[in-house]
Design a protein around this ligand. Structure first.
Ligand SMILES: C[S@@+](CC[C@H](N)C(=O)[O-])C[C@H]1O[C@@H](n2cnc3c(N)ncnc32)[C@H](O)[C@@H]1O
Length: 365
């Protein structure tokens, strides 16, 4: 078996980031943080390190996330990931967006394995501090053990522990940035957080917000991501409205489902279509299995975009019309990247506003 420290050095070499962040990753080999039991296959069975050490190592040192808990630690008919070690590049990008440096007092929401907190502790150095909050008692206990030598304070729960902070990095996605977070850091401080309009949304792009003096926070999206949602903000997933429904219309979009997915347009379209939940699935199509984009709303409107650009759908809301208009506007504007979009949140007044210059402003309710 390959040497674990060599594998870690290779993982670190792949990071596209600053020298300081790369050095902090180098201090903390990933295998010291990932637990022995992992979940290599989406919704599949777990793998114990002792049962197949080589496979465990290949998962830990893949340049990818590693699921480390399913079903909040319980059992269920489907194994739904509930804790993980995030994708290393996503971690590096979030740390960079938070501009963490020596002397900073950082609050992490979502300790998970403890790996990110360990890396943060190297970056803040002896004059800074890292506090990390984890809602799951078993996950918190594991991380506390692994973080023993780093000086990271692991707190079990979902409340913000007392203490002063200069930056917040959340490694679980929220739909509503809590007022408490904004109040915990000074004006101008970063809150780097994966955001989606609801926990039913798969895509959770990361926003780098800055706190403003009126109690709101605002900032650009820095990258796309798929994070687990904050457990305190979960809404029970409603079944996709299109399943089994007879289409009420069939129209044609100037884009195929593959084009929407491959051009990574879905997250931007999600930001431009408040109340619409996009996702990607597979359906029988012309004797094969085709990739489809599905859109759904809380009032049971739905649409499927098929591999030939046909759109079938139904319900009160004209999702074809909304999707076609958003797609056309995005294309006419030269398809500005996700980084051109920004998020403004004002928890006191219930504001969640997305903006893209020359393209529009969208209120998410
Ligand atoms: C993607 S994992 C965190 C990855 C972690 N930072 C690491 O380096 O391994 C997300 C974690 O957030 C935790 N979590 C979810 N909601 C939370 C909340 N409201 N407060 C604290 N932790 C939460 C989950 O239990 C899970 O362990």
């Amino acid at each position: 078996m390959a040497d674990l420290y060599d594998l870690h050095a290779r993982l670190v070499a792949r990071l596209d980031t600053t020298e300081a962040i790369r050095a902090a990753f180098a201090d903390h080999p990933r295998h010291r943080y990932v637990p022995d039991l992992i979940w290599p296959d989406a919704n599949g069975l777990p793998l114990r390190r002792t049962a197949d050490p080589e496979r465990w190592v290949s998962c830990v040192y893949a340049f990818a996330p590693v699921t480390t808990q399913a079903n909040d630690g319980g059992s269920g008919p489907v194994n739904t990931p509930s804790s993980s070690s995030s994708h290393p590049q996503v971690m590096a990008d979030m740390i960079r967006a938070a501009r963490v440096g020596p002397g900073d007092r950082v609050l992490e929401i979502g300790t998970g394995t403890g790996w990110n907190a360990a890396i943060l502790s190297s970056l803040v150095g002896p004059t800074g501090s890292v506090t990390s909050v984890e809602i799951d008692p078993d996950v918190a206990a594991h991380a506390r053990g692994r973080l023993d030598a780093t000086g990271v304070r692991v707190v079990h729960g979902a409340e913000i522990p007392e203490g002063g902070y200069d930056a917040i990095i959340a490694t679980c996605a929220v739909s509503r940035v809590p007022e408490e977070w904004i109040e915990s850091v000074p004006v101008g401080a970063p809150i780097v957080v994966p955001w989606a309009p609801s926990s039913e949304h798969e895509s959770t792009p990361v926003a780098a917000l800055r706190v403003r003096d009126d109690g709101s926070a605002c900032g650009a999206f820095v990258r796309d991501a798929v994070f687990m949602h904050d457990r305190t903000q979960r809404v029970s997933e409603s079944p996709f409205p299109g399943i089994g429904a007879e289409p009420e219309y069939e129209r044609c979009l100037p884009a195929t489902s593959d084009a929407l997915v491959d051009a990574r347009l879905l997250t931007r379209l999600m930001l431009m279509l408040p109340g619409v939940r996009p996702g990607v699935g597979a359906r029988p199509f012309e004797g094969d299995i085709g990739r489809i984009v599905h859109l759904g709303t809380a009032d049971a409107s739905w649409a499927y975009v098929w591999p030939d650009g046909t759109v079938t759908g139904g319900g009160e809301r004209d999702l074809f019309g909304e999707l076609a208009a958003a797609y056309e506007a995005l294309t006419e504007a030269g398809r500005p990247p996700l980084e051109a979009f920004s998020l403004e949140v004002d928890p006191k007044n219930g504001v969640r506003r997305v903006r893209a210059p020359d393209l529009g402003v969208w209120e998410h309710r």
